[in-house]
Design a protein around this ligand. Sequence first.
Ligand code: ISE
Length: 328
Amino acid sequence: MTIGIGVIGAGVMGADHARTVARHVGGAELVAISDPDESRARAISGEIAGCRPFTDGLELIADPAVEAVLIASPDHTHVGFVLACLGAGKHVLCEKPLAPTSAGCREVLEAERALGRRLIQVGFMRRFDPAYVEMRSVLKRGELGKALLLHCAHRNATAPGFFTPEMSITNAAVHEFDILRWLTGSEIIAVTALNSARKGDGGLRDPLVLLVEMEDGVLADVELFMNAAYGYDIRTELVCENGTVDLGRPAPNLHRRAGTEARSFPSDWRGRFGDAYRLQLQAWLASVRGQEPAGADASDGLAATRVAEAALASLESGRRVEIATDRP
Ligand code: ISE
């Protein structure tokens, strides 16, 4: 059974997801793409036979050929589109963050609960990255003992042009919050944000360091550097009682030239997490077909955004901010 997929948003991620659905995922057909900028929607639909362009995401959701929806539009539009998918009874894979505010996340979580069916998956694709999957299974097997610390770095070559000062937390750091929760199985109970001296374009405080405390006593330091210049670089070292695990990278070749040896970095997340995005889509389609859902759900989306709000509050006050651990 082939599932008709509609993608909302034809920017960097929407275009990438649309091509992955059309070319690299079995059992799915890209039937529609929408973007308020018609030329962007047409550019993708022109590449893919059978895909129709829309300018209105709500019309795409209502279209009978669209059986499941992937949302990759700007963060502040997610809530409205997710609610419309729930209203139409359609499965939805929403890019992270589920919403930039916890109020928005709560609204969709409550709407899904009222419906009594799980229809929402949140695009925390790192959960499908083979290197993170291996790190988690080593921890679960217990051979390294208990987790004690995590050292994380999240570096973009350049901040995406649409980034506001808050987005290094609400859009980028949410990946770290989700992966810390997913790796350790523990909730985040407090966060302290430290500013570096530098202020980037548009008031972006960059780089930042977050100190994250988890319910089981694990501590994590997270560097967020949105204009790291040299490339896209995601690092995680898990420190346990009997050893450590350092996150690998998809093996780029080693080049030797003019007396040097070098490996390259991808310019952004599409290169680093290409496999994770594809595996995430495959798992999502399996859940649309009725299999047990494998990815992050709406409550995970809410949990990450709650920590983001606490980190923003800490950045403002310069103080440690606690997060209640009650699962909503
Ligand atoms: C971007 O939106 C992403 O989703 C990437 O995974 C993340 O690493 C990057 O920092 C974000 O800007």
